[in-house]
Design a protein around this ligand. Sequence first.
Ligand SMILES: Cc1ncc(COP(=O)(O)O)c(C=O)c1O
Length: 492
Amino acid sequence: MTQTPWLGFSIDRAADTPVFEQICAAIRLRAASGQLALGRKLPPTRVFATELGVSRSTIVTAYEQLVAEGYLSSQQGSGYRLCASGEVELTSQPTPQRTKARKGAAEPTTQTRQSRGAAKGTAEGQGVTPFRAGTPDMRLFPYRQWAKTVARICRSDPQAMFTGARGFGSLALRQSICDHVAEWRGISAEPAQVIVTAGATDALELCLHALAQRGDSVALENPGYKPLQHFITAQGLIPHHLQVDENGAVLPDGSASPRLAILTPSHQFPLGGAMSPARRMEFLRWATKSEAWIIEDDYDSEFRYAGRPIPAMAGFDHLQRTLYVGSFSKIFSNALRLGYLILPEPLTEHFTVSICRFAPRASSMPQQPLAEFIQSGEFYRHLRRVRRIYAERRRFLLEQLAQEFGAYGYCVDHQAGMQVVFHLTCGLQDAEICSRASELGLSVEALSGFVQSPDLTDGLYNGLVLGFCGYSEVELRQGLGLLGRVLEQIRA
Ligand SMILES: Cc1ncc(COP(=O)(O)O)c(C=O)c1O
């Protein structure tokens, strides 16, 4: 153990928990208990590193993780300060926090390549259509390793390819999912609580079928994921739109008593940003009091580019009122169509009946290979690789937008996700830009198109949703060239 004078701080080098995580946990705890006052400055990284006898980068990693979780704010030259207390309920789980939004330019890219051939002709002519959101780059798919895994199973245990078509899915995959969410999302669940689905969308639809009845009200974020509105109304349910502020979705007002609230707490879709810990607590209290269910849609949680992923709400809640939805579409491929739903234990029986009526659509064949991919570590090798590449692409895009498009608007950097939102400040309308951009072969979505109930938001959302994962820097540069042309033409 190493003791330091700062708030009686100590680290345990013999512990399994990495030192930076111990530092994070200690700061979270002191913030929640009030020992560390709001606004209080943390020791400078160099000083704290010397006190603890650790490297400065360990302290920087810990501070940056807490910035990402919303506990600390950082300003160049003035160090790190506590900006959120983490509320009163103390648990052994780290308290999830609001992602600090950083406005303006991103860090310089490490790999800025020159445009070859620049913006002539359409991007579509080259088989890519920047800036489709939520699309992974299939050129990075680990085809060889995947083929080896499938071939091995086909040779040694072909029957395994057909398990998982019924019920909750392949047991091997459900066990791997439990290991994955325990490690990455702080969720402790048994395979009996996991249903393998055909992606996150399928899981959301299943929840609506199982937990709501015709005429029930369902709360959903506004702006939010477009297909949800359709599923809700198609099932005769009544959508109750939740506004989104700087702390995430706002609680349902008294005008409705929703049975369910579907939320994206780790990374609001499409705006980005994480729900603040205080707001999470309010939602959990609301759900407990009104006997409602929260459905946490965490479809892109693995794509956090600073520090570790922000803990899931379901982990914090210990799966009491929260159902957790995850997806493999974004790590692997939208075409794989595999995702999962993790249930509170008391709901497992109810869902056993529901999936008999609403048959799950997950294909059985990829389930065993995916389970082995996760267990063998290939999955994490792929994840680390794409995350590094997407981080570079994201930085590149943010840098270009700040440098070349500053006259039109700005981005808020949430250090996460598969798309950025470019908020327009120049008086141009997002829908017009997107329709003109599509004529040039670009796939840009208007932020206003994600608004479900425009009367509630009063033109607040006017921007471009720009996906970056599926495109190399050269392709992004070409896409930006075309987008720039569109903006200039409309402004002229
Ligand atoms: C908020 C949100 N949830 C779910 C999904 C869909 O995930 P899946 O492809 O696994 O159905 C998306 C897709 O982009 C999304 O934006």
